[in-house]
Design a protein. Structure first.
Length: 124
């Protein structure tokens, strides 16, 4: 069960990582539409899993994760300095396809809505 402090630290780390990603100059990361979906911090705040998703799909997210892994030391140092944490967690970046799945669901809903509108206009 996550405590209030762990949830707050997770959100703070997420916010700072998003800001740091925008500053990175690595071409694997810089030109992508990346989103940090969530950050799971362990109970003792020694580890954090950072779930990264890209609008273009899972392959783009995997490429971006490779860039983020190479910049892990820099990102961790920046997070520690910006948040003034006593113990900065070790970061583990994981590619996630939740945004891609969300876009597929949205397209299906739009298709369903247009089909339903087409049926309603035929009845009139």
């Amino acid at each position: 069960m996550a405590s209030y402090k762990t949830d707050r630290v997770s959100e703070d780390i997420k916010r700072e990582i998003v800001a740091i990603i925008r500053e990175l100059k690595d071409p694997r990361v810089a030109d992508k539409m990346l989103t940090v979906v969530r950050v799971d911090v362990s109970g003792d705040a020694s580890f954090a899993k950072v779930y990264v998703s890209a609008l273009e799909g899972i392959e783009t997210a995997k490429t971006a994760v490779k860039g983020l892994v190479s910049a892990t030391g820099y990102i961790r140092r920046e997070v520690g300095q910006r948040l003034h944490l006593r113990k900065t967690p070790e970061l583990r970046f994981i590619a996630d396809d939740s945004i891609e799945k969300g876009m597929e669901i949205l397209k299906k809903l739009d298709t369903f809505a247009t089909e339903k509108d087409g049926e309603n206009t035929d009845d009139n």
